[in-house]
Design a protein around this ligand. Structure first.
Ligand code: RNT
Ligand code: ZN
Length: 417
């Protein structure tokens, strides 16, 4: 089998070389790209607090009843390791604050500390994984009416400010201990189902809360902040305090990263187009790669057009300034399998971007030969990228696509006992 992979690769390499694309370099670059895997795909956004993990008021909704959900930190780490063994390259795990290891204690969000994540940090260090972090501003009685940092209730705002300040601190400990900066991403659910009467007051309160939160600055080699906007959520259809315009303005003024989630824009908007619109004004960006089906449905990514276009732009704009996190949850299928399919789809999309003859396309464009640009792009679509991908998996010691199903099936059998 591996002989066939090698032979197919050799002939693919020649085909690409003929149009000036170096497949060895593409594979090498791809294997150097780290993706941040969402811990929440492994357990349906439940976390390990000793509460019932009620998502109401969050706008997030997990559907499905596949039995593979991780119920403990150990099971979640087991799922992640199994998934990582099927994803070429070295990656990161994206944790939410509610995934601390609290034992049987009830630790409220305004009490969390780095110690609650010591097990994760130790594990990540051992497995050579980076960690990223998120404050969890939902699935909590104090967020049940869908308002946190922009709430008119001062006590509620202070509670969440404290939580987020602690979360940033924890992120910085993670980054410091692992020697790789942790991105602390902030998303709050704030908004209204119906038309608000004082939009400005909510946004001013959000700004004020953020100013308090970000007063403390951290060494960027330990922690970096990002802000995630949203167009609407379930229960925040008419108004979202932290809209795209709001956070762009805030991020640019305060030197923070913007997080672009693929499910958080109008369905006809291309998130791909936003990278080059933001990069002239900001040093780095965070992506939440997801697949929206009709709405912000958080489906597992597959190699579809929006993802291909986004990956092309990541390559076109330069990988160095873009952090790639995945954001999805699907309880209808194997949680571990979901990680594998989603992450590998992103990698395949990136590979397609890396296999484009960028210099030639840009030359045609500069020269105004737009038919040549169109024609060359189109002639790339049927070249043997699959042979390069198989080779990449093989090089990384990871199964090729066709074997994923069986490996996941036998893992699930063992997991479910
Ligand atoms: C919600 C945001 C956010 C969450 C995770 C769990 O709409 O996309 O990123 O999905 O933080
Ligand atoms: Zn997101």
């Amino acid at each position: 089998m591996s002989n066939l992979i090698q032979q197919s690769y050799d002939s693919a390499r020649q085909r690409y070389a003929d149009i000036g694309v170096d497949t060895d370099a593409a594979v090498k670059t791809l294997l150097g790209v780290s993706l941040s895997l969402p811990c929440w795909q492994g357990d349906d956004v439940r976390g390990f607090e000793n509460s019932d993990g009620d998502l109401s008021g969050s706008g997030l909704m997990v559907t499905g009843s596949d039995t593979s959900r991780a119920r403990t930190p150990e099971e979640l780490r087991q799922h992640l390791l199994e998934a990582l063994s099927l994803i070429p390259g070295r990656h990161r795990v994206n944790l939410h604050a509610m995934y601390g290891e609290f034992g049987s204690r009830k630790v409220d969000r305004n009490e969390i500390e780095a110690d609650h994540f010591a097990g994760w940090i130790e594990w990540a260090e051992k497995m050579e994984l980076g960690l990223d972090f998120n404050a969890t501003c939902f699935a909590h009685p104090r967020a049940a009416n869908g308002l946190t940092l922009s709430s008119p209730d001062e006590e509620i705002r202070s509670f969440w400010i404290e939580h987020i300040q602690r979360s940033r601190e924890i992120a910085s400990v993670m980054g410091k201990e692992l020697g790789s900066p942790a991105v602390h991403n902030l998303w709050v659910p704030d908004g209204f189902k119906d038309v608000p009467a004082d939009r400005l007051a909510y946004r001013e309160r959000l700004k004020h809360s953020l100013d308090t939160i970000y007063k403390k600055s951290y060494d960027p080699s330990h922690m970096k902040d990002s802000l995630e906007s949203k167009l609407f959520g379930i229960g925040s259809e008419a108004f979202v305090t932290g809209s795209h315009d709001f956070y762009i303005s805030y991020a640019i003024q305060n030197n923070k990263m913007i997080c672009l989630d693929m499910g958080h824009y109008h369905p006809t908007e291309q998130v791909a187009d936003k990278l080059s619109a933001l990069l002239p004004f900001t040093e780095e960006l965070l992506l939440h790669i997801s697949r929206g089906v009709r709405w912000d449905s958080d489906h597992i990514p597959v190699l579809d057009d929006p993802l291909r276009l986004l990956a092309e732009e990541i390559i076109g704009c330069g990988l160095e300034r873009i952090h790639i996190a995945l954001d999805f949850f699907d309880a209808t299928v194997s949680r571990t399998g979901g990680y594998v399919i989603g992450a590998r789809a992103v990698q395949k999309a990136l590979l397609l971007g890396l296999l484009l003859p960028w210099d030639q396309l840009r030359t045609y464009e500069r020269e105004g030969d737009l038919f040549a640009r169109l024609s060359l792009r189109e002639s790339m679509t049927m070249l043997p990228a699959g042979a390069v991908w198989d080779y990449c998996c093989h090089e990384a010691g990871v199964h090729t696509d066709i074997n994923v199903l069986q490996v996941i099936q036998s893992y699930e059998e063992r997991f479910l006992g």
